[in-house]
Design a protein around this ligand. Structure first.
Ligand code: MF3
Ligand code: CO
Length: 262
């Protein structure tokens, strides 16, 4: 069942989203050659604590960290490690899901370590654009398939492939709620979008075949062809007007929130 969030719930999710967006802005200067993914995770854990947020990944099915940090051929769920030292040219995805006063936001961004290849820049750019295209369709009167299909179209138009094994999701008190938001599908199909629905939209794309597998650590998802991939994520709310993107910094968020709350 897709739950409809009331204004109070959405205000809390918006606070969680703005705190995550602030963190993933402030982490940029730290994502440099020489730092380990475990050090980045510790910084994130610290920030969550300082902002009275609770990690939703720590303790989830035995996962021990406050973030997932995936590098190059790692798509999602990269486990932070002291042995994973970032080097120039790495394409890094940092994914954090946390709650504030019991309500979640979920966000992921790509980061470049020093100078990266043209290929890395391109796949990151297409990932972000496909997310934007999906979000544009997150409007009352549209259907869930409109979001999925817009993401797929943008990815495939640019010569990349859509990962089938993972998807976005509804979000609220829980990190994962209904519905499942596939990154491929048919426009005009699926449930009608209604004000107060909250979604974590997260395109996942590969350079070459979309096959992925789970590493021996039991978590890290990698491309079979060992080539680059990308994943980005925002948490949004359907309103009467345009979608409210909770995980993008916006001095107008407070204003928009009051104007657009369902
Ligand atoms: N933030 C992730 C998501 O988008 C959750 C990862 S689950 C974990 O759904 F346990 F691996 F962290
Ligand atoms: Co998510």
């Amino acid at each position: 069942m897709i739950t409809i969030k009331n204004a109070a719930a959405i205000r809390k999710m918006a606070q969680a989203g703005q705190l995550l967006a602030t963190m993933l802005r402030d982490i940029v200067p730290l994502v440099k050659a020489g730092i380990t993914t475990l050090e980045l995770d510790s910084w994130i854990a610290d920030q969550l604590r300082q902002n009275e947020m609770v990690s939703k990944t720590k303790g989830y099915m035995g996962y021990k960290h406050s973030s997932c940090i995936s590098v190059n051929d790692e798509l999602v769920h990269g486990v932070p490690r002291s042995s994973r030292v970032l080097t120039t040219g790495d394409l890094v995805t940092i994914d954090v899901c946390a709650s504030w006063q019991g309500y979640c936001a979920d966000m992921a961004r790509n980061f470049f370590v020093g100078e990266v290849s043209e290929a890395a820049r391109k796949i990151a750019d297409v990932a972000q654009r496909s997310l934007d295209k999906g979000i544009e369709k997150a409007r009352v009167g549209n259907r869930l398939g409109d979001i999925s299909s817009a993401i797929q179209h943008e990815i495939e138009k640019n010569g990349f492939e859509v990962v089938r094994d993972f998807a976005g999701h509804g979000i609220g008190k829980q990190m994962h709620e209904d519905p499942e938001i596939l990154n491929y599908g048919t426009a005009g199909k699926g449930p009608l979008l209604q004000p107060g629905m909250a979604f974590a939209i997260e395109p996942m794309l590969t350079d070459g075949h979309y096959d992925v597998y789970v590493d021996r650590d039991g978590w890290t998802v990698k491309t079979v062809n060992k080539r680059l991939c990308s994943h980005v994520e925002d948490t949004i709310v359907i309103t009467h007007d345009e979608p409210l993107i909770l995980t993008r910094l916006n001095s107008q968020t407070e204003h928009n929130l009051e104007r657009m709350l369902p």
